[in-house]
Structure formats: C-alpha cells, structure tokens
Design a protein around this ligand. Structure first.
Ligand code: PFF
Length: 447
C-alpha cells in the first residue's frame, strides 16, 4: 500500500488522470475509428457517449475509489461485503493487460518514428513514400518487436523505480505543449487545399450510415479514450483527498480528452482529403498522414521530432496508469513485491505484445472471428470488456451502494453545491446502464 500511496499522493492526481486519458487513444485511435465509420455520424455518437456514459461512469469510479481509498477489489468488499460486484476487478486486470499489449506495439511505432525524425529520415518524401515507410516498419517482425520491447522496457523502468512522479512532472509540462502543438497543426491543416472536404467529413454527420458496428465502436472508443471501465480511474481516485471536487474533475477530464481527439481529427482529415488518401485506412492512417503534414510545413524536421516526442510521453503516462491496475492488485491482494509484480506485468505484455506485433506480418493471416490478434485484443477490450466493466460499476454505485455515501462523495460532505446532482445520479442509475445494454443488444442483433 505504502508504495502506491506514495506514487499518487506526491503528484497531481487530476493531472495523472488526464495523463492516463490523453494518449494514443485520442491521436491514433480516434481518427482511424472515425475514418473507418464514416466520420461525422461516428463523432456525433461518440460525443453523446462521452456525455451520457463517459462522465457518469467516471464519476461512479471516482465515488468508489475516493470513498474507500482502496483498490477496486477491496473497495467493493468494503462497500458491499460479500457482493459479487468485486469481480469487476478481474475485468479490469484482463483488459488492462490486453490493452497494454497492443498499445505497446503502436507506442513502439511512435518511438521508431521519433527516432527516424531525429535522424531526419521522416522528411521530404511524398505521401506514397510514407505509406511505404510504415509498411516496412509494421511489416518487419523484428523491427516491430524490437520497438515494442523497447517501449515496454521504458515503461518497466519507470513503474519499477517508482519514478512516476518525475514522469508526471515532465508530462505536466509536456501536455500543454502537446495541446499547443496540436492547435498549430490544426491551423496548418485548415490551410490545405481540400480542408473543407475534411471538415465536412468530420462535422456533417450522415446518419444514414449509422450501423451497429459504428455505435459499438463509438461507445468502445469513449471508454478506451477516457481510460474507463477497467478501474484505472477508480484506483487513481483512491488517492484524491476529500476536497477534490468529483463532478468538476470528471467533467474537466472528459472535456480535455474530447478536445484532444477532435483536434487530432481536424489535423488528420483535411490532410487525408488533400493528399488523396483513404479515410478508412485503419490503424496505419495517422502513421501515413502525419509525416506528410510535417513534411510540407516549414521547419518540418523540428515539428515532427517535437510531435513524436510529446506523443511518446503521452503514451507512457497512459501505459503507466494501465500497468498500475495489475500491479496494485498483485501487491495489495496477493502481497507480491512491487518489483515482482512489475516484472510479471511486463513479461505478460511482452509475450502478448509479440503476438500483436506479428499480426501485421507473420501472423497477418491468422484470424480468430475474422480478426488478427491485434484487432481482436483491441475489439474485445475496448468494445466489450470496458463497457461491461462500466456497466457493473454504474449499477453498483446507482443501485447497491449506500445513497448517503454517494451524495456525500458528490458534494464533499455537503461542502459543494452540485446543481447537477440529480441528473448525474439519474444517468448513473438508468441512462448509462440501459444505454450499454441496448448497444450490446443492438450489435448482437437482438434489438
Ligand atoms: N486512455 C488512453 C488513451 O486514450 O490513449 C488509453 C488507456 C489508458 C486505456 C489507461 C485504458 C487505461 F486503463
């Protein structure tokens, strides 16, 4: 306990939650998911999911974490002795490991792009050349695996040595810079010849395109991007002090996270249409488009280097938070040493990460339910496990937990006047659980 307490009390917990939320989910996953699902309608549904599912479930996680100051499993045991709801912590552990595995592959690509930017290799080519650059990287088993391991190694060193504090300090500075850089890139993209097409694609929803896979994709993206449903924010909230305003903090996290995702879209889509690329290109989308954008900017070398360094940091603050779920579980529930737990976490992620890295080359034909291992991990964790975890946590807070504690948490024992309390409780009790169930029924064809 002491190590985890130390880790969190010495850094800004809100900053840590934002650090967890903002990452590859916003800059890599959001544009490609939006691109694959037709743009505007996906984004509109995504925003609805953030408002009516995301914010209530963040608050639910905060309430459980802050009211007990314990990890998910023991928190639920304390709040509702004997309740089966505590098993939600296993959903959290499984999904955190699956996400860490494929996330590290993508973060490894970012690391290699950072390195290539440094050497000047990402400059001055045509868009087609960037497609080749990416295919050469993802298509090479050893390069992909090497960078995945390097990234996991960096993550390992940080969490093992307990130097999150240092990293968080750096990222408290880096995040605003990343934000600023994104705004500059947005302006640049808006000046591209076919910018209008890109904006139309993003902001003029064509609701005739709505499909079960789009709706479940938007919900999954909201959970993934907000680090939600796997008890990550619950764990962080167990370090909030009694003055932290839960509703306000949840809103700040959701708004900032959504802004970063939308900014990333405004950077990517005008460029996609101006470069004649394919919006539905999937996971490789941003890797082919971004270098092209930097390439045509004056001083492209520095923009690209700065961007990939910042994105690398944003990724690492996210992987630190997802690793912490497994590590706190092992150290607090199974009395394992932090060192051992960190090693185990990294080892599992290396094995599974290898399979994910091979999904783009040697194992690209190996499919389960029509998906490569990489896609399967991504789909199962984001679209199934996280919403299922969110459902359980919302039902727990809405229906099982003592209402007095819920109100105390929302108002900081009566100190805050939270005008939105009734609608929030309504969303936690009814809207979020019902919407998650309906979306699941819709995608399975039962509704
Ligand atoms: N929210 C992170 C992102 O958008 O990159 C990904 C993530 C972090 C998911 C932590 C889950 C988690 F526990």
């Amino acid at each position: 306990m002491s190590e985890r307490a130390q880790f969190a009390t010495k850094m800004g917990v809100i900053a840590a939650s934002v650090g967890s939320a903002v990452g590859l989910g916003n800059i890599w996953r959001f544009p490609y998911e939006a691109g694959m699902h037709g743009g505007g309608a996906f984004i509109a549904i995504y925003i609805l999911c953030v408002l009516f599912l995301g914010i209530p479930v963040i608050i639910a996680e905060f309430i459980i974490g802050r009211s007990t100051h314990q990890n998910a499993n023991s928190a639920i045991r304390t709040l509702a002795p004997g309740s089966k709801f505590r098993y939600v912590s296993y959903i959290g552990i499984c999904s955190s490991i699956m996400i860490l595995s494929f996330y590290s592959v993508v973060a490894g690509w970012i690391a290699e792009y950072m390195f290539q930017s440094l050497l000047g290799g990402l400059n001055g080519h045509s868009t087609q050349d960037y497609a080749k650059t990416f295919n050469a990287l993802a298509g090479s088993p050893w390069r992909s695996i090497l960078w995945t391991y390097l990234f996991l190694g960096a993550n390992f060193l940080i969490i093992r040595k307990g130097i999150q504090k240092g990293i968080e300090k750096i990222s408290n500075f880096m995040m605003p810079v990343l934000f600023l850089l994104l705004i500059i890139f947005c302006i640049n993209s808006l000046l591209l010849p076919n910018a209008k097409e890109g904006l139309k694609f993003m902001f003029m929803p064509d609701f005739s395109q709505v499909s079960p896979s789009m709706v479940v994709g938007a919900m999954g993206q909201a959970f993934f991007s907000l680090s939600l449903g796997l008890t990550c924010l619950l764990t962080y909230a167990s370090y909030f002090n009694n003055k932290t305003p839960l509703v306000k903090s949840a809103t700040i996290i959701a708004v900032l996270d959504t802004c970063v995702a939308v900014l990333a879209g405004v950077i990517i889509f005008p460029a996609v249409f101006s470069f004649g690329a394919e919006p539905a290109a999937g996971p490789k989308l941003v890797f082919e488009i971004l270098p092209g954008i930097f390439g045509q900017m004056p001083g492209g070398y520095f923009w690209s280097l700065a961007f990939f360094i910042l994105l690398f940091f944003a990724s690492i603050t996210s992987t630190i938070s997802m690793s912490e779920i497994f590590i706190t579980f092992c150290t607090e529930e199974h009395k394992m040493s932090r060192k051992k737990a960190t090693r185990l976490n990294t080892l599992i992620a290396m094995v599974l990460g290898t399979l994910c890295a091979l999904s783009f080359n040697l194992l690209d034909d190996f499919k389960i339910f029509g998906k490569t291992i990489f896609d399967l991990f991504d789909y199962v964790s984001s679209n199934i496990l996280l919403p299922a975890g969110g459902f359980i946590l919302a039902v727990f807070v809405g229906w099982v937990m003592d209402k007095k504690i819920v109100k105390e948490q929302l108002t900081n024992s009566g100190e805050l006047n939270v005008r939105t309390m009734k609608p929030i409780i309504f969303c936690i009790r009814y809207v979020a659980p019902a919407a998650i169930v309906l979306i699941f029924l819709y995608v399975t064809g039962l509704f």
